[in-house]
Design a protein around this ligand. Structure first.
Ligand SMILES: [Fe+2]
Ligand SMILES: [Fe+2]
Length: 375
């Protein structure tokens, strides 16, 4: 810690001498000045922490002097030495915050020493607070800097990750599409079925205002809903005639097989139940399979897919019939709304049909699910 220095300012030399004598044995450097102008010089040169000024001086009043010290050296602790006659002015000066303490003339030696010690303590404390504040401020700046750097790094990483994710996602979609195409290709009549079901289903999902992840799930589940057909003998899948009961039972295994195939794929975990339940009936009757779930027990994407699946199948050529016109599809939807189909999904589909007409049944295979969701 720096030496404690006090500067006394008084036009009376005797007073200055008395003060010097008083503090001779104290661990304080004592400076004296006869006038404010001399005092300013000393302040610049010696940097006292405490200044004690007389009030009545010919050149300038003590209050004025100390207030200009405050303006130029705000850290310096200012005190006034004053006779009783100057008390009003001095008290006012204290109240205005110009000075720290008042010492009355004639002073009590011990009191004066104690007051000086307090003044130095006051100075040291303020200096310490100032130092701590500046350390804190500096650390804050450093922290802010670090934060900024971190944020930038995180942003950059996120961007890289986003890029990687998009790449991965695209790769996945391609794989899934290839898989779906492979299933559909087993039968010339169902070529493109899965992709169209995915597109119809996600359109309906968007019409229902489902949230983004759900629309995405509907799309993937739509693409993959019949993936289990890969495990069904080709002879059954491509059989042009009506299936017998045993063959039908065999076909009915495809949702379960599909779910088994997809289960190990982390990325498709949420799609698995949607695939498993895409042939349940909304009313839970025995036509539904594999678990005869009803209503809300059936995953929402499955309820959307079953409508899209039916619409796609009806509007496509089959070996035993041509594609059916849309009004037949509408009739079928009305007929089975509430039994096979979730009425909410049927309504959403009919609303889309009303808005888009035949254009809804589009055979256009170019479809970007993410552009679609964002759009
Ligand atoms: Fe199916
Ligand atoms: Fe299907």
């Amino acid at each position: 810690m720096q030496n404690h220095t006090v500067l006394f300012v008084d036009d009376e030399v005797n007073i200055l001498k008395a003060l010097q004598r008083l503090l001779r044995n104290e661990p304080i450097d004592v400076l004296t000045a006869n006038s404010p102008s001399e005092a300013f010089e000393l302040i610049e040169r010696a940097g006292p922490q405490v200044i004690v000024s007389d009030q009545r001086m010919p050149e300038m009043s003590g209050v004025d002097f100390l207030s200009s010290v405050r303006d130029r050296h705000s850290d310096v602790v200012r005190m006034m030495l004053t006779g009783y006659t100057d008390m009003t002015i001095a008290v006012e000066a204290i109240n205005k915050g110009e000075i720290y303490r008042l010492i009355t003339k004639p002073w009590n030696d011990e009191e004066l020493k104690a007051t000086l010690r307090q003044a130095f303590d006051h100075y040291d404390l303020k200096a310490e607070i100032k130092r701590l504040n500046s350390v804190t401020r500096e650390q804050n700046f450093k922290l802010q800097d670090m934060n900024k750097n971190l944020e930038e790094k995180v942003r950059e990483r996120t961007k890289q990750l986003d890029g990687k994710n998009t790449e991965l996602r695209t790769a996945y979609i391609q794989t899934i599409r290839a898989l779906a195409e492979a299933i559909d290709a087993k039968d010339a009549y169902t070529r493109g079925h899965s992709e169209r079901v995915a597109v119809y289903a996600s359109r309906i999902a968007r019409g229902m205002n489902l949230r983004k992840e759900l629309i995405e799930r509907v799309y993937f589940a739509g693409l993959l809903h019949d993936v289990g057909k890969i495990g069904i003998p080709d002879a059954i899948i491509t059989k042009p005639d009506r299936l017998n009961e045993a063959e039908y039972e065999e076909i009915k295994r495809h949702p379960e097989i599909g779910a088994k195939i997809l289960e190990p794929v982390e990325f498709l975990r949420s799609v698995v139940p949607c695939v498993r339940h895409h042939h349940e009936w909304y009313d839970g009757c025995q036509h539904g399979y594999p678990d005869r779930l009803a209503g809300d027990q059936i995953p929402l994407p499955s309820r959307v897919i079953v409508v899209a699946d039916t619409v796609e199948a009806m509007t496509s050529d089959r070996p035993y019939r041509k594609a059916l016109p849309i009004d037949i599809v509408v009739k079928e939807m009305h007929k089975y709304s509430g039994t096979q189909f979730d009425p909410v999904v049927v309504d959403a589909f009919l609303k889309l049909l009303e808005d888009e007409g035949d254009a809804f049944i589009s055979k256009d295979q170019k479809f970007d699910i993410y552009a679609f969701i964002e759009g």
